[in-house]
Design a protein around this ligand. Structure first.
Ligand SMILES: N[C@@H](CCC(=O)N[C@@H](CS)C(=O)NCC(=O)O)C(=O)O
Length: 215
């Protein structure tokens, strides 16, 4: 049985949960509370599993896997149906490009440890920190939407009519945006794809509110 160290609100964990659900893979859910007790990810027990103290971590047998995109691609290789990446090298590069726009250009700037550093070390006021959060999402969503339009490959989803790695990254990022009161309707292409994804039971089962540690 696969074991996933996750936090219900963690968007990187959410990516892996979507992939597991799309592929119908059962897994044990191990909650790591990122806020309680100063952050359970920082405790020695979890650091023994994840040196950089981040979720998700996927355990497959004797193997410990980190980094959500690497985990999703691993699952896609080992359990190829339904495929989460398209069939040609060019299309795979396109889909990975969309996914990485979110995973590299937006998400890391808004990670909890970055926000904590801004607040506690830099001394940033709460409203400035929130503005920072919204800034990077809005900037990133603007260019993501342009790239989706220019790419001309979107159907119901980012690439055609079946979900791919790009949708797996897009949905959790929209969830984060909504939490910070960003009007995602300003990015109609993204909003439409998000709605199409959320019609699928796999995305619904993976969403934060459906997790055992949801609050
Ligand atoms: N690039 C990593 C990002 C992992 C990550 O940033 N996880 C966040 C939750 S979404 C986390 O564990 N944050 C804890 C912290 O910042 O202390 C991945 O894709 O797995």
């Amino acid at each position: 049985m696969l074991k996933l160290y996750s936090y219900f609100r963690s968007s990187a964990s959410y990516r892996v949960r979507i992939a597991l659900e799309l592929k119908g893979l059962p897994y044990e859910y191990v909650p790591v509370h990122l806020v309680r007790e100063g952050g359970q990810q920082l405790k020695p027990e979890y650091r023994a599993i994840s040196a950089d103290a981040l979720v998700p971590t996927l355990i497959d047998g004797d193997h410990t896997l980190q980094q959500s995109l690497a985990i999703v691609e691993y699952l896609d290789e080992v359990h190829p149906e339904p495929k989460l990446l398209p069939g040609t090298a060019l299309d795979r590069a396109y889909v990975r490009g969309l996914a990485l726009e979110i995973a590299c250009e937006i998400h890391p700037l808004n990670n909890l440890r970055v926000l904590k550093y801004l607040k506690h070390t830099v001394g940033t006021a709460e409203e400035v920190k929130d503005a920072w959060y919204r800034h990077w999402i809005e900037l990133g969503f603007g260019s993501l939407q342009t790239n989706l339009e220019r790419g001309g490959k979107a159907g119901r989803f980012c690439f055609g009519d079946t979900p791919t790695l790009a949708d797996i990254c897009l949905v959790p990022q929209v969830f984060n945006a909504q939490r910070f009161n960003i009007d995602v309707g300003r990015f109609p292409v993204i909003a439409k794809i998000y709605e199409a994804c959320m019609e699928l039971p796999a995305f619904q089962r993976a969403q934060p509110g459906s997790q055992p540690d949801a609050e």
